[in-house]
Write a protein that binds this ligand. Structure first.
Ligand code: ADP
Ligand code: GN1
Ligand code: MG
Length: 368
């Protein structure tokens, strides 16, 4: 946004009801800039205005078209099957048009902005508080897979190439290691060799996919818990942050959700002692997920599910460490060394998963 252009100016270019009253920065996302726009008359809705990060998303209009197609499909399913009370589908995000007719406004800096209704009386949580919330997460993200299983997946634009392509991410990681300044490399210490020792196992899902052994589905690809809106009674009412909806494997969504939902600590916890893999939340999430997907998934998909939380936590560790080695160019950070702390926290979670590996596998397989 140029200095002369304000959030209010951007908002005024959308064709919606309500008079602008105030704006404030909202949420704890790491990529985009999110604002809550309050309107003056309580009879009118409030709005969420989002500036899409153009360094991360190279083609925002195509990304918004993905969101429009996927949300239209979910709305159609909801009406056709009377799914008003279905977990996660109580509300479906609705992109709002600008006066131009587009689902975006482009500012003078060529940044793209999109607008949604703000869903009132709701909350998002960075850390799960109890098993019931974890189960809601499982049902909601399971329903996402369920009700998009007949969507023509090839019509989706690839918003971020190689997003969950771990083999490619490992190449970028190697490159970052070669080019990193010595002080940053030293601080990564023995984490690098720990990660390198596990590449073969961690890339096996991606390789099975590449061989055509797994169906490409419409996946959310960013199923962390704060991308799920809960109401005040802890019911999951809306799946948020659809920017990364792309073709993918179910393991991305199942695994990435557990990365936050089954973590007793914060994603970037400063006290690593707070971090453990939470088996009770893992089980509750898995029960909810299977409740909505067991009849949808193939045998091969199910067989590989126990690896998914490992793969996604491992991938996130690699991503945070790559960003640290590259000088913090991708994720928003709150302090120097934030990405290093995130790396340590994710690796701690990964190690805790390793000590629960047998229980993870036997619980998942007990449903088959
Ligand atoms: P980011 O890509 O930066 O993570 P999100 O779309 O996840 O952006 O939005 C950030 C936060 O804003 C969410 O975690 C949630 O708390 C809040 N939020 C986003 N959309 C809505 C909405 N339509 N209604 C209410 N809160 C929302
Ligand atoms: C980012 O936008 P946000 O905060 O929901 C990232 C995810 C990471 C996550 C880690 C487009 O998600 O892939 O898993 O941070 N989104 C993108 O917290 O890179
Ligand atoms: Mg988000």
């Amino acid at each position: 946004m140029s200095s002369s252009e304000t959030v209010q100016d951007i908002f005024s270019q959308f064709n919606v009801t309500g008079t602008y009253q105030a704006a404030r920065v909202y949420g704890s996302g790491h990529i985009n800039d999110t604002y809550l726009i309050q309107t003056s008359d309580p009879a009118n809705p409030d709005y969420i205005l989002r500036k899409i990060n153009k360094y991360v998303f190279k083609n925002p209009p195509a990304l918004l078209n993905n969101i429009a197609m996927v949300t239209d499909h979910l709305r159609y399913k909801k009406e056709q099957h009377h799914l008003e009370d279905e977990t996660g589908l109580n509300q479906i995000l609705k992109l709002l048009p600008a006066f131009s007719g587009n689902y975006y406004v482009m500012d003078k800096n060529e940044d793209y902005w999109s607008l949604l209704y703000f869903i009132p009386d709701s909350k998002t949580l960075d850390v799960v508080e109890n098993d019931d919330q974890a189960m809601e997460g499982g049902k909601a993200f399971g329903n996402f897979i369920r009700y998009l299983r007949d969507f023509p997946v090839k019509e989706l634009h690839i918003s971020i190439p190689h997003f969950h392509d771990l083999e490619k991410r490992l190449e970028w990681f190697d490159q970052a290691i070669k080019e990193a300044p010595k002080d940053r490399l030293d601080r990564a210490g023995d984490m690098i060799s720990y990660l390198e020792d596990r590449t073969e196992k961690m890339t096996s899902i991606g390789i099975a996919g590449r061989k055509g052994l797994l169906p490409l589905r419409v996946t959310h690809n960013d199923t962390k818990f704060n991308n799920l809106l809960l109401n005040q009674s802890d019911k999951a009412i809306c799946i948020l942050d659809l920017d990364t909806v792309m073709p993918g494997y179910v393991h991305y969504d199942y695994g990435d959700a557990l990365r936050t939902i089954a973590n007793t600590g914060e994603e970037d916890d400063k006290d690593l002692n707070n971090i453990r893999f939470n088996l009770a939340c893992f089980k509750a999430f898995t029960r909810g997920y299977f409740n909505r997907t067991l009849d949808v998934l193939t045998e091969k998909e199910k067989k590989l599910l126990p690896l998914a939380p490992f793969m996604m936590t491992y991938e996130q560790t690699i991503r945070f460490l790559t960003d640290y080695l590259q000088g913090d160019i991708y994720y928003k950070t709150d302090y120097p060394g934030h990405n290093l702390q995130r790396t340590k926290a994710q690796l701690t979670l990964y190690k805790s998963m390793e000590s629960a590996e047998n229980e993870i596998r036997s619980y998942i397989y007990s449903f088959m």
